[in-house]
Design a protein around this ligand. Structure first.
Ligand code: GLA
Length: 726
């Protein structure tokens, strides 16, 4: 935890009766958060939303008075709901901390004698319950971008053991929030939005997969009726954790609506001995007017982290869909040559390079280069890749093991299991218990030695099954997802420490490990195994609710999608991949010369706009028809924007209307012009003016209020508009 300068919250006293003895107004990035606490009690959030401006003590006092808890036919002295809600305050919703001792005591603590410490925009509150033998710490921080984050820690101060069943933190949402939007999905169709009204009760999203999940809520949004990308107040919550987790919206008929989140703990998973503590992951809260503003707060926060990648994101070639398990040196060398010719900067050798891995039935765990397939090791390939000026990346799936592997035969006790039986296999694999020190050391040594030997720049770190019955043999089969997730984080961190500059991609059957926990230690995510651009339009649109484009791997695949069998022109595949961390996943050695020449142009176009794409603000203008999907990126200083207009279905109206481009400087004049290798070559009477004769000049105000016309695109085609300030 950060060292805190120690001064208490400014006391607010005098005036009409209210129950707050202390209060703090945090302001940053257009957001205000007011936190208060009863005398000696744990903190509550009174307000979280748009910036309230400068508030002196009197004004702050008024806000507290305006929000003071009132009698609700429950307790006689109503209290505010804590960030970690406590039943001892009269709260009858889900308590933030749930746990007990073996004799049944300590199940409903009351934390008192709370000390608050403030350090810049971080508030740390620590209270204790001597009878229960527990201490609770709550940390709330408002980051520069206005992103709120909170976590809690419980410590066992008694001699007997204390089992934690749940520790969640909550953020209040005002009653104007009427709708919930979160995400679901499945393999190869991640981050599908779903929407419903908020009603009394709990909308609970649980992930019990031992990984984030292709169906994770990702960002659980509560907002005003009909909120969209540009309009309506929205409050969103994300749990930064790659194991089991929960997020929920809880509405009560006493006026309270809470967003809550934390780790989902399996029975007995966290049992604290004397003096031990358990800490939740960070739970993030993002407020905005419209989903774009909410996303921008996540993006700005991520970009402010010291480890955020700043160098140009190298255009990548991944060989998976090009060769699958068919590793032949001559094919892979030729791919390297062709890749360099079209402008690729990083070459990634995917699954299939290690011992016994001729299919997905065997070999996971045997992290030695397969001597049969690679008699001279990987050096002949790595050398060619470097000669061609590219970086080299390698695929691993460290947490997994095939029963048909030397590792499983040598160490069956490293496989997660409970009840004296093996869990059901998935993709013919089981889960290696990374929390067992010897298993951890084995993985660290193998990966580290390969990274050193081949000077690997990049690891694609995969995780291809859910954790079913993940017990630890080291602890009599006790539930072990929590310790597994923590051990994997340690392993990632240690590899990064040992190999400065090493980049790691978080992949999990495509995009099933996309969260801010794993992104503390990794540099991009693989959004989905589905590279069909039509599907990707949606996957990327909603992945962007959490992540900026430079963290999202986005590849151009071959003409016919391997997951959907749809066929698309290169222009649609490339335009869709452009706003992201660009890659190619296609056997371009078998492509035609014309295809390679066009691909080269698309890669050059990405490089031309790369710094804009990887630093700008994501814009997803609302379109006139669901058939039209518009995504873009605007320079932070509004000097430029790149807008992609995709025709994803056949629109009801023809010609298909206009789209407004938000966020440009109203006073400034801009040139709007078509850009890209497929900028319309054939001009017809329906071609919009901005696509003809060098484009159109409009003010930022006109672009925001009048907009530009949607071109008459064929279905499953896209166009690019480049907007430059004059
Ligand atoms: C997962 C990944 C793919 C590929 C395969 C290899 O499915 O998502 O990109 O790496 O594993 O087995």
């Amino acid at each position: 935890m950060t060292e805190l300068s120690s001064h208490t919250l400014s006391a607010v006293d005098g005036g009409p009766r209210h129950d707050a003895d202390v209060a703090r107004h945090l302001r940053a990035g257009g957001v205000s958060v007011i936190i208060t606490a009863d005398s000696g009690a744990m903190p509550s959030i009174v307000y979280w939303g748009a910036d309230l401006g400068e508030l002196d003590d009197d004004a702050l006092h008024e806000v507290l008075a305006a929000t003071e808890p009132r009698l609700d036919n429950s307790v006689d002295s109503p209290r505010r709901v804590g960030i970690v809600p406590e039943a001892s305050t009269g709260w009858l919703g889900a308590p933030g901390l749930q746990g007990h001792r073996v004799d049944g005591s300590a199940w409903s603590p009351k934390f008192v004698d709370v000390r608050h410490e403030v350090h810049e925009k971080t508030l740390t509150s620590r209270g204790s319950d001597a009878t229960a033998g527990l201490e609770l710490t709550v940390i709330v921080e408002l980051t520069e971008s206005g992103l709120l984050r909170a976590r809690a820690e419980v410590s066992n101060t008694a001699d007997s053991g204390y089992t934690v069943d749940r520790l969640a933190v909550t953020l209040p949402v005002p009653p104007v929030a009427h709708e919930i939007l979160d995400q679901t999905g499945r393999w190869a169709k991640e981050r599908v939005p779903q929407r419903r009204d908020i009603v009394a009760g709990t909308h609970l999203r649980e992930s019990r997969r031992g990984r984030t999940g292709a169906d994770a809520a990702t960002v659980l949004v509560a907002g005003e009726r009909s909120f969209g990308f540009q309009s309506g107040e929205v409050w969103g919550l994300h749990v930064g954790w790659s194991g089991n987790h929960l997020s929920y919206v809880e509405r009560h008929n006493n006026g309270h609506t809470l967003l809550g989140g934390g780790e989902l703990l399996l029975p007995g998973e966290v049992a604290l001995s004397a003096a031990e503590s358990y800490s939740t992951p960070w739970v993030y809260g993002s407020y905005g007017v419209g989903l774009d503003e909410q996303a921008a707060r996540f993006h700005a926060y991520l970009r402010s982290r010291p480890q955020h990648p700043t160098a140009d994101r190298p255009v990548t070639l991944n060989v998976w869909e090009a060769v699958y398990f068919n590793h032949r040196l001559d094919t892979l060398l030729e791919l390297a040559d062709r890749a360099a010719e079209v402008g690729v900067e990083r070459y990634v050798l995917d699954d299939g390079w290690f011992r016994h891995r001729r299919s997905d039935d065997a070999g996971l765990g045997d992290w030695y280069v397969d001597e049969g397939v690679w008699p001279d090791g990987l050096s002949p390939l790595v050398e060619r890749v470097r000669e061609r000026g590219m970086e080299f990346g390698l695929w691993f799936e460290p947490e997994m093991v095939n029963p048909d592997s030397d590792l499983a035969r040598q160490h069956p006790e490293w496989i997660m299991q409970t009840g004296g039986r093996m869990p059901l296999e998935a993709r013919s694999q089981q889960v290696l218990n990374v929390a067992i020190p010897e298993a951890y050391e084995y993985l660290l040594a193998r990966i580290s030695s390969l990274v050193s030997e081949y000077k690997i720049d990049y690891i694609k770190w995969d995780h291809n099954r859910d954790l079913i019955e993940p017990g630890s043999t080291a602890r009599a089969g006790a539930a072990g997802t929590h310790e597994q997730t923590a051990a994997v984080y340690r392993l990632l961190e240690e590899l990064k420490r040992r190999h400065p500059g090493l980049e790691i991609e978080s992949c999990s059957s495509g995009g099933a490990r996309v969260d801010l926990g794993v992104l503390e230690f990794t540099d991009r995510v693989w959004a989905s195994d589905c590279i069909d651009p039509l599907e990707r339009q949606q996957i990327l649109r909603w992945t962007a609710q959490l992540l900026p484009p430079e963290l999202v791997g986005n590849h151009i695949a071959g003409p016919r999608s391997h997951t959907t069998s749809r066929t698309h022109d290169l222009s649609f595949r490339a335009t869709t991949a452009l706003i992201g961390h660009l890659g190619v996943e296609w056997n371009i050695a078998q492509a035609t010369d014309a295809e390679r020449a066009e691909l080269r142009e698309w890669i050059a176009l990405h490089k031309r706009f790369r710094s804009l794409i990887h630093t700008g603000t994501v814009v997803r203008p609302d379109a006139p028809d669901d058939a039209v999907v518009v995504s873009g990126i605007r320079a932070e200083d509004a000097s430029e924007a790149l807008i992609e207009i995709a025709m994803c279905a056949r629109p009801a109206a023809w010609p298909p209307s206009v789209i407004r481009i938000p966020g440009l400087d109203p006073e400034r004049r801009y040139r709007v012009a078509a850009v890209g290798p497929d900028a319309p070559r054939t001009i017809t009477a329906s071609t919009p003016a901005w696509q003809r004769d060098g484009g159109l000049e409009l003010t930022g105000r006109a672009l925001g209020l009048v907009g530009i016309q949607v071109p008459p695109l064929h279905v499953e085609h896209a166009a690019l508009a480049h907007i430059t300030g004059l």
